[in-house]
Design a protein around this ligand. Sequence first.
Ligand code: 6PG
Length: 248
Amino acid sequence: MSTQNRTIIVAADEAEQTERAADLMAERARAAIGERGRFTLALAGGSTVRPIYERFAAAESINWSCVYLFWGDERYVDPANPYSNYRLSKESLIDRIPIPPGNVFAVPTGERNPAAGAKKYSECIQTFFDLKADDLPRFDLIQLGMGPDGHTASLFPHSAALAKRGIAVMNHAGLAPWVDRVTFTFETINHAACVLFIARGAEKATTLHQVLEGAPNTKHRPAGSVAPVDGELIWLLEPAIASQLRGE
Ligand code: 6PG
């Protein structure tokens, strides 16, 4: 299924979804490094991505010193905390690849509060991409998940961050774990060259149907408002979560 800039891929099962997701990330990395000498990637949290990052870590022919890692959202906890998205990526990806520590831009979670952490993270991204005041970064790939409530990154239904501008902002949790978050804004996500959603699970099938085939409703279903202005949108699914899609 593919419309102008949106491609929906339904893999045969979760194993194939994992394989295709990791392959797609690896292909994008090789292409970006070949064309521009670097690959900027924003990672996600949640349980779906762990096996995908493990497989991505084993990809061949990637010059990891040209890969730069960021996070689309983070739980405001110590990096060693089991809730930390950084920790998840460290265990499943970073510790398995020869990436220079200077290429890893974790969300700072040691600031006095999450808003200060979001500000510092935004400034760090601004410096990395050499941006002027209100410019937005263009990540080569922002990888996202979707929660059963239709949230993505830490953009939860009816939350304050949905309307915020800028690169990254703080938000309160809309689902467990109940810790404050730092999240990319819609502006940042929609400025990416490519956004890759990887989602699975029968319990999310109704939400996914509303997100992909219902009328856009940012407050109820934030994930449906991800639409890169000048980039690609790919949804990589498995049959259980895609069971209610009518197709296009
Ligand atoms: C987080 C996320 C979040 C996640 C989805 C899907 O920090 O919780 O980044 O947006 O990607 O909730 O999570 P699962 O893969 O666990 O379903």
